[in-house]
Design a protein around this ligand. Sequence first.
Ligand SMILES: [Zn+2]
Ligand SMILES: [Zn+2]
Length: 163
Amino acid sequence: MGSGRIFTCPGCGRLLRFSFGVGWMMPGPALLKRRKDVDDVLDFSERYPDGYVVYERVVKRCKNCGNLSNDMDLSMYVMKSPVRHAHHFVQVLGNNISLEEARSGKYKKYKDHLAPCQRCGCTEWESFDEPGLKEEMEKGNICCPDCGKVLTADMMTGYYMWD
Ligand SMILES: [Zn+2]
Ligand SMILES: [Zn+2]
């Protein structure tokens, strides 16, 4: 189950809904088949069956124009020294490895998902999980993508769970 936060911009009144975490639905390449902007991730899943993809939802901020979007992280990790054994085929089916395994130090980042900004087309992002976004807000670095007003944690007007 994931959580979400709703912020109301005091400058322009825009509601910003940010979902975090992963839902109940089993994440994996099957979840992406309906999307048209994830070819890089699907290619990766086929080429690196012993790698994994981060399906957690995050807030992404465009490095060029500061636009905010809320999507799956989709960064891709490969094994530092790939091994070939039977277990390998289990992973092919859904990049299904545990968090402990993912953080074991056996993996390194291969690349980020190329997600062109809806506003300016730039493909470079910074991404924030829930604590990361809070931290960035405390520094006054998160701005409304419409009017540019700095958003702070006390502008949160709602909380929700999603699955
Ligand atoms: Zn605004
Ligand atoms: Zn942009």
